[in-house]
Design a protein around this ligand. Structure first.
Ligand code: FPP
Length: 254
């Protein structure tokens, strides 16, 4: 697809945001296939989600050696509320347990944790744990783990637009100054670089409302492996594949 606009994005990622010389600095992951993984074993879906949660630790641990500074995982979407009450409440319990259980290890490994998504609909106890984990790990710099929880790309853009419109209404922002670089400042991801590589497991080739704005120039990997079977070795191979990609950001090869 040819790009006609000559934009800041076309110039490539901002200086200092790249990881290794050729590797992805920021990898975003749609962790799909937990339900099928469990069903194939004759187990309830939550069995698969629990197995999936264990994989998160392994993947975060692998990041420093692979030169990946940012990893963002899709844990619960704004659409996932449509699942059965049993699955939704089981997932919410899993998130609470995960935070309590993993806080120490994440901190000891130098991981800074952030959450993106709309917290308004989340249980107050869970939100408190999320706030505490963010605060507790806020000085860490080795890896940046962002967990998307009650997150939807369209919802994020709508919430960002609402805040932007409020700034206009309050006279803090002139509509004439609104450009491509303005909206990202209002997104949940405002402190994060854009993802370089988006991985989706389980054979589905769609992005399901994940990081819509931010992934405009990302490379994609859709792989058959179900998330609970996703190992650090598979992760390392995808990171290596990325090094072979020719990213032109709408420009031409020189
Ligand atoms: C998609 O698989 C997965 C989810 C909706 C939940 C993702 C959650 C985890 C991996 C576990 C917890 C994560 C953290 C951070 C503790 P699916 O259920 O849609 O699978 P299916 O397509 O096979 O049904």
């Amino acid at each position: 697809m040819s790009q006609n606009s000559d934009t800041a994005q076309d110039a490539g990622p901002q200086d200092g945001l790249q990881g290794g010389p050729t590797g992805p600095n920021h990898v975003a992951i749609i962790m799909d296939g937990n339900g099928r993984w469990a069903q194939r074993r004759g187990q309830p879906r939550l069995f698969g989600h629990r197995a999936g949660a264990r994989r998160v630790r392994e993947i975060v641990r692998a990041c420093p050696d692979l030169g990946v500074k940012y990893v963002t995982i899709f844990a619960f979407s704004t659409e996932n509320w449509k699942r059965t009450q049993t699955e939704v409440s089981g997932l919410m319990t899993l998130f609470r347990h995960y935070i309590k259980k993993e806080t120490r290890a994440l901190h000891d490994e130098g991981v800074r944790v952030r959450f993106i998504g709309d917290r308004v609909r989340l249980d107050a106890k869970l939100v408190k744990l999320m706030d505490e984990l963010e605060a507790h790990t806020s000085a860490n710099t080795k890896v940046n783990l962002t967990i998307a929880l009650n997150y939807g790309g369209r919802d994020e853009v709508a919430r960002a637009t609402q805040r932007l419109a409020q700034d206009v209404a309050d006279g803090r922002l002139d509509p004439a100054d609104v450009g491509e670089e303005t909206l990202p400042k209002y997104l949940d991801t405002c402190v994060l670089p854009d993802p370089d590589l988006v991985i989706r497991t389980s054979g589905e080739a769609r992005i399901s409302n994940f990081l819509l704005w931010q992934s405009a120039y990302a490379e994609y990997e859709f792989i058959e492996t179900l998330w609970p079977d996703f190992t650090d070795e598979i992760f390392a191979n995808l990171v290596k594949n990325y090094a072979g990609r020719d990213r032109r950001f709408g420009g031409v090869k020189t």
